[in-house]
Design a protein around this ligand. Structure first.
Ligand SMILES: NC(=O)c1ccc[n+]([C@@H]2O[C@H](COP(=O)([O-])OP(=O)(O)OC[C@H]3O[C@@H](n4cnc5c(N)ncnc54)[C@H](OP(=O)(O)O)[C@@H]3O)[C@@H](O)[C@H]2O)c1
Length: 394
């Protein structure tokens, strides 16, 4: 029986994780659930899964939650608050596996704490890895933690990689990774019309049902840019070894191209419970609840090269990884601020890459050898991006 902590339980990945865990009560016990402020969903999750701990980061919501449970059958749950409490629950002795599913930079410190504590880290929170890079990977190596990717593409690559890829022999065997992307909702929209897209259009992804931020990232293809950086770190590849491939049907979730000409692909319906169940059962397999793929329903599979004029965010991600150091952190922070402003209707969809690039050009790159430097550059980028947005509005 493994103890499970879900960071970001109330989000799209968190909900899918609980769905998978509930199918295997003899294998997983839910120890801790965390939310930022969505206490209604959290309360329902507590009634269904009765964890020992919850964290509600927002303090006033946490007090409200404490009152909400006080006369219920889950009144014995320990309720913690504040961002530091995330690290406490992610490193509890009773916890074996941590699902890192907080969105954005807010997930960095608890995900890193879980890695340092040697937990099995199920990593959905790609922003944490993009920001902390080698620091995160070194923490995993030093503690002996298992790091299992949840992003469907990285999970697919993990499944197609040689079992011993961590030993470094992959360098001789793997030529490149083919990282698939659906192309999002605006793959075929005339480029001149993209300035007018609304947040509602941007979050309506054709194949996946996801949180708002990652849905906008998919529409701009910043998501693929972050994933390219994530793939370099997870699989020890150079950016030149990652080929982004637009595959609108989202049936193949990525491929590994070997030196002998073999290409291995992982396929399945677009349902995040598949990579989640893969990581939770690893190295075994168990039922995810997802519909089996009916290969006869897959009438065709198309593959295209991405158009960097349509998707400048992808170009910016390559620019950031080539600059190295703190630049991926700046890219990520500027993107978070720009996406938030777009969702609040303060900037246009096409302003997002412009804001990010101005921010990247304004901040000098530094060596990202300590967490303090990374967090400092994250803050600098947020301040600069907010100023760029304010200047555009004036
Ligand atoms: N959704 C997918 O299919 C998918 C696929 C691959 C990778 N991912 C990655 O998985 C992560 C989560 O994505 P999602 O789609 O599940 O996001 P989401 O639906 O927006 O959920 C985000 C979760 O993070 C919590 N949260 C937000 N801000 C927080 C803060 N400041 N402190 C603590 N907790 C905070 C939210 O709590 P409240 O509900 O209380 O706000 C919620 O539980 C992202 O990094 C995303 O890139 C997602």
């Amino acid at each position: 029986m493994k103890g499970l902590c879900i960071l970001g339980a109330t989000g799209s990945i968190g909900v899918s994780t609980l769905d998978v865990a509930a199918r295997h009560p003899h294998l997983y016990k839910v120890i801790a659930l965390t939310a930022n402020s969505n206490i209604d969903v959290l309360f329902q999750q507590c009634l269904a899964h009765h964890p020992q701990y919850v964290v509600v980061v927002n303090e006033s919501k946490s007090q409200e939650f404490q009152q909400k449970i006080s006369h219920s059958q889950v009144s014995d749950i320990k309720v913690l608050t504040g961002a530091e409490a995330l690290e406490i629950v992610a490193t509890l002795d009773e916890v074996d596996s941590v699902m890192a599913a907080i969105v954005g930079a807010a997930g960095l410190l608890p995900s890193l704490a879980a890695a340092k504590a040697g937990k099995t880290v199920l990593l959905a929170n790609k922003e944490a890895l993009v920001m902390s890079g080698d620091i995160f990977m070194d923490a995993v190596t030093a503690s002996g933690a298992h790091l299992l990717p949840i992003d469907s593409e990285h999970n697919a690559i993990f499944q197609c990689m040689p079992a011993h890829y961590k030993t470094g022999t992959d360098g001789k065997q793997v030529r490149r990774i083919l990282l698939t992307a659906s192309g999002g909702p605006f793959r075929e929209m005339p480029i001149e019309k993209m300035a007018d897209v609304t947040p509602e259009q941007a979050v309506a992804h054709p194949n996946w049902d996801m949180g708002k931020k990652i849905s906008v990232d998919s529409a701009t293809m910043m998501n693929k840019g972050l994933e390219m950086i994530e793939a370099c770190l997870l699989f020890n590849m150079s950016p030149e070894q990652i080929q982004v491939v637009i595959h609108p049907q989202s049936v193949i979730h990525s491929m590994v191209d070997y030196v002998d000409g073999t290409v291995l692909a992982q396929m399945g319906n677009p349902d995040m419970r598949i990579p989640i169940a893969h990581a939770m059962a690893w190295p075994e397999r168990f039922d995810s609840g997802a519909k089996p793929l009916n290969i006869f329903d897959v009438r065709r599979m198309d593959f295209e090269e991405p158009n960097l004029q349509r998707f400048p965010c992808l170009r910016l991600a390559y620019k950031a990884i080539h600059a190295g150091g703190t630049m991926p952190t700046v890219l990520n922070a500027a993107n978070e601020i720009a996406v938030e402003a777009f969702l609040d209707r303060r900037v246009k969809f096409t302003d997002i890459p412009v804001i990010i690039e101005q921010c990247m050009d304004a901040i000098a790159v530094a060596v990202a050898d300590t967490l303090a430097v990374i967090l400092d550059h994250d803050q600098q980028a947020r301040t600069v991006a907010k100023q760029i947005i304010a200047d555009r509005l004036n």
